[in-house]
Design a protein around this ligand. Structure first.
Ligand code: UGA
Length: 665
């Protein structure tokens, strides 16, 4: 009889070996590639399969159509699953006539779900077990073939209980697999009224709450002790792991968490007290409780469990290109919070006046291609790195494509590599431009294709450089565990978007360019007729999304790509020109400026040169940002444009006054 085995972990190895011993012809094993971020203390199913000469696969998604077809081709009779971590869809189960059987580490219907070995200990159970059951679409719900009870002793912890469960899994499989082989087994439906379900656990679930009874705390300690991440508490702002503990029947009036004895190291709990038998200062070695207690000076009446909050280490954010449009708006947002320190580098600091003297702002005037040592040192020193130095105005892509490649790709690649080397979180500005001339109604981070023109259209060198860097960063994430997030701004607008000066030499984005035309009274030029559309996003909205990426609550932004744009703020370039003309005419200071000269259509080649090619629309899907960052833009198109116009009108007046006073001198 032909079987396919889905397996991982020690249980996977045990199951695989016994299935083969029971006479099944194992046609293939499906397992998982080991996660480099996980402490792998268990045996490898892949190695076991290779020893047994069975072909093994570790697809990221076994339910993908390609794998479903592969599995169908194997024409197996039955499927077994032993601690395989993904749900196997019905489509696969339906491919084998006998269906699938899964081994679960609890006495089903109790403790369905994840991490049953840890949950039963944490909840102080005195019994658990292993169950072999028929697989259905819903996890751990199918009818039971057989189960074995395991007693949990007072001294059991996660590791010893795991060993017991392994032994009983062996017994269980030895007696049930032959009956499956002969197709002579009984199925008993699970009693739904007795079912309980528990979800996944993460390291932060190991935090000790001293208000709980000592027995509950001890249960937590043994549930998550080595090889799991450990129960922990704090003393003097430092994190301490408790690996072994005992309950002592000592009633005390001390506040929970108070040290009531140093040898043994005894701590008051919500009820009774806990002796810490073995513990470890984070980053140090394991010691006996009393030894660690004396080294820490955790003498009687001192308090454990006070989480360092107010004095939480500030997050240091390194912003390269801090004087730029995004850089200075982001700095403003970060400095509004107390727990961020900004280290910024830029060639110039003209937009940073308002932060000078702020205790959490540190500026260095420098160039990313020259001041490499300063950058490397600060990457090591900071927690988050945001390299914003780039050429991001289309005229430069056609005027100076090599400079775009050197700066946007080469110089930034070096920064990316520092982040890999020093294991720093990298937040990198990709661009809406990567989607190029994509025809999708909304550009989607995971689905949309990148569509670029031919090589002679050098406009795309920016998009292409950014795209390659996106791919390189993604690969570093996969291969080295680099913690990164890519964000794609969609035509952010607001104060300090480029400058009137840059617009004067044609090197600014469209909104500033048009505003310059208005304040100077020159005609607005609609390249190619102005029917091409963009979604203009208020910089405050965009920066709020970026701030949430930096915050990275529950690591929700790690390893992800986010479009940050306002899909509803869509306008053609002609509509943008009309809106600006209208807002300008209504502005209280309009009389200080020449009368608008209207719009004029100009062809692409005349305006940008032969290397230019445009895209007709660019609208983001923002479902990723909504889902993971709880972010959506709020500012409407008109307000965003008005705000930008207002800023530049005042800066044009300041510029004029400055020129007048200089001339007078
Ligand atoms: C630019 C950058 O290339 C992107 O990197 C960046 O992501 C994006 O802005 C953005 O801000 O998100 P694009 O929108 O094509 O991309 O650049 P703009 O210079 O703002 O031009 C927008 C449109 O206005 C283009 O169709 C252009 O031809 C047109 N335009 C520009 C005019 O019609 N007249 C002008 O005087 C200037």
């Amino acid at each position: 009889m032909k079987a396919i085995v889905f397996a991982y972990h020690n249980m996977g190895c045990i199951g695989l070996e016994l299935v083969q011993k029971a006479g099944f012809d194992v046609a293939a094993v499906f397992t998982h590639a080991d996660d480099p971020n996980e402490n792998r203390w268990f045996e490898s199913v892949a190695e076991k399969a290779s020893e047994l000469n069975i072909p093994a696969y570790a697809p990221a998604d076994v339910n993908d159509a390609v794998w479903i077809q592969e599995i169908a081709n194997l024409k197996a009779d039955v499927i077994f699953s032993f601690y395989y971590r993904h749900l196997i869809k019905k489509e696969i189960l339906d491919l084998v006539p006998m269906g699938g059987f899964n081994l679960h580490g609890s006495l089903l219907p109790q403790y369905r779900g994840r991490c049953p070995v840890n949950w039963v200990l944490a909840r102080g159970e005195s019994q658990t077990g292993v169950t072999l059951h028929a697989m259905t679409e819903r996890a751990d719900q199918g009818a039971i073939v057989d189960q074995c009870v395991v007693d949990i002793d007072e001294d059991d912890d996660a590791r010893s209980l795991f060993v017991k469960l392994e032994l009983s899994a062996q017994q269980l499989l030895k007696r049930t697999l032959p009956s499956i082989y002969c197709n002579q087994f009984q199925l008993n439906t699970q009693d739904e009224s007795q079912a309980s379900y528990f979800g996944g656990r993460s390291p932060k679930d190991g935090k000790i709450n001293w208000d709980m009874p000592a027995s509950d705390i001890r249960n937590l300690v043994r549930a998550v002790t080595d090889p799991y991440p450990g129960a922990f508490t704090y003393f003097n702002r430092e994190k301490i792991f408790v690996w072994k503990a005992l309950v002592v029947a000592q009633s005390t009036r001390a506040t929970p968490g108070t040290v009531i004895s140093t040898s043994p190291w005894t701590v008051a709990c919500g009820d009774q007290a806990l002796v810490i038998e073995q513990a470890q200062l984070s980053g140090d070695i394991k010691l006996s409780g009393s030894e660690l207690c004396s080294r820490l000076g955790a003498i009687e009446n001192r308090q454990l469990g006070v989480e360092p909050k107010s004095d939480k280490k500030k997050t240091r954010v390194l912003i390269l290109g801090v004087n730029g449009f995004i850089g200075n708006h982001l700095t403003e947002r970060l400095l509004r919070e107390e727990n961020y320190e900004v280290y910024g580098l830029d060639l110039d600091s003209c937009s940073l006046e308002r932060f000078k003297g702020h205790p959490n702002f540190h500026f260095f005037e420098g160039d990313i291609s020259i001041h490499r040592e300063w950058i490397e040192y600060h990457v090591r020193k900071c927690d988050v790195v945001i390299p914003l130095v780039a050429i991001a105005t289309p005229i430069e892509y056609t005027r100076n494509p090599l400079r775009v490649f050197e700066l946007d790709f080469e110089e930034n690649l070096r920064i990316v590599r520092y982040c890999v080397e020093y294991k720093k979180r990298l937040i990198f500005p990709s661009t809406s431009e990567v989607y190029g001339m994509c025809q999708d109604e909304r550009f989607d981070e995971q689905q949309s294709n990148f569509v670029l023109g031919p090589i002679e259209k050098q406009r795309w060198i920016y998009s292409c450089s950014k795209q390659l860097l996106d791919r390189v960063i993604w690969a570093y994430g996969q291969q080295t565990g680099l913690d990164f997030t890519l964000f794609r701004p969609f035509n952010w607008v607001g104060p300090r978007l480029d400058s009137l000066e840059s617009a004067r030499v044609g090197s600014s984005r469209v909104v500033t360019q048009f505003i310059l035309n208005l304040v100077e009274g020159s005609p607005i030029q609609l390249v190619g007729g102005g029917n091409q559309c963009r979604c203009f996003t208020d910089v405050g909205d965009g920066v709020e999304g970026l701030f949430r990426i930096i915050e990275n609550k529950n690591q929700a932004a790690s390893g992800k790509i986010f479009n940050l744009g306002a899909p509803n703020n869509v306008a053609s370039i002609r509509e943008l020109a009309e809106l600006l003309i209208d807002l300008f005419a209504r502005h209280p200071l309009a009389a200080d400026f020449p009368v608008a000269s209207g719009v004029r259509v100009v062809d692409e080649r005349t305006f940008y040169g032969s290397g230019y090619q445009d895209l007709i629309h660019r609208k983001p899907s923002i479902s990723e940002a909504k889902k993971y960052l709880k972010w959506a833009p709020r500012v409407a198109l008109r307000d965003a444009i008005e705000n930008t116009l207002d800023y530049f009108i005042y800066s044009a007046i300041e510029e004029r006054q400055f020129l007048e006073t200089s001339a007078a001198h």
